[in-house]
Design a binder for this molecule. Sequence first.
Ligand SMILES: *Cc1c(COP(=O)(O)O)cnc(C)c1O
Length: 412
Amino acid sequence: MAGIDTDVVHGGREDLRTLGVHAPPLDRSTTYPVTSLAAGTEDLERLAEGDAAPEHSPVYARLFNPTVARWERGIAGLERAEGAVAFSSGMAAVTATLIAAGAIGRHVVAIRPLYGGTDHLLSSGLLGTRTTWTTPASVGDAIEPDTALVIVETPGNPTLTLVDIAAVVAQAGPVPVLVDNTFATPILQQPLTLGATWSLHSATKALGGHGDVIAGVVATDQAHAAALRRVRVATGALLDPQAAALLHRSLQTLALRVRAAQANATELARRLARHPGVERVCHPSLPGCDPEGIVAAQMQGPGGMLTFDVVGGLTAAGRVMEGVRLLTPAVSLGNNDTLIEHPAGLTHRVVDPEALASARIGPGLLRVSVGIEDVDDLWRDLAQAIDAATGLAGGTSQPVVERCTAGVGLQA
Ligand SMILES: *Cc1c(COP(=O)(O)O)cnc(C)c1O
């Protein structure tokens, strides 16, 4: 197994030399010549059963696409997984995983906070699941004989709450655990090495990184990957090969991008913590945000996402979003450029208001997806927007690092 910096560059490109090309070819075929009926029938049957690749012919593009499969192999390598299965969006990946886990008509244990869309999918019962919302410490108590899986996200969205994955896996016992690894990326965290069964990504975020692809992917072992492929063949939430080609290209710079964004986020968090217009800052690099030392235990760094509460609540938060010039006021995350958004009003609008309040996703909370720009330019823009929104100019107040309280769990 190569180092992760080698894997991002070379992953999924093993067959290129044999093919006599240097860049992964983009195969847009929807159907493929079947030159032997017997071989075609066999391929079709095996792919529908979840095989990773055909023996002779893909037969039809809903069964297999080589451009998509190359990117999947790249992701599997980074996640130290036996396989990875790509989908048309992160939510399609969540849905397929719930179906493949047999969760329809059954019980799910979920730890809040989760991505707003996942929270909504579970709490609405749209797929026929029944969910118990719990905290990391109470996973064991929440498990029932009929529990199909446990779902956790760390760092959590948007509070950046950190969860000890190995501890959750231990409490879950025989019940498989799904980790939404979107915020960490496989550069910073590899949940399968901590005992999780699935590591899921909205590839729309850092894996894509350029804000021009919507996609999802799940890394897992051979048997669970086959189950996911069976669901994908049957339900059809495919990743388009053009999108897969862009994602495979983006993969080569993933480690560089993640580390550059992380360095900027660490510095911005430090500066925000000293701004008098800021009540509270959360970034896993701040000691108050990681009291249990989870970053050191299971991550290779604190990541590029941060949140802060601006003095003056909703009005001031709205003004900060309207006042930034270099930052883009927008949802989504993990792009090369820096985005700022208001979780209570946008990404987490669909979450139960009481659950929001107990997680301290308050009216003044802003979430920043830090990009790879010059950190001084980012700070200048953010500081002028906060100065103007709060009437409190930045500079020399007491650091508020100690008041950081990401660690507050969401209850049902
Ligand atoms: C965006 C996101 C999703 C959903 O992904 P889509 O690609 O938008 O469908 C799921 N989980 C997390 C953590 C996300 O940020």
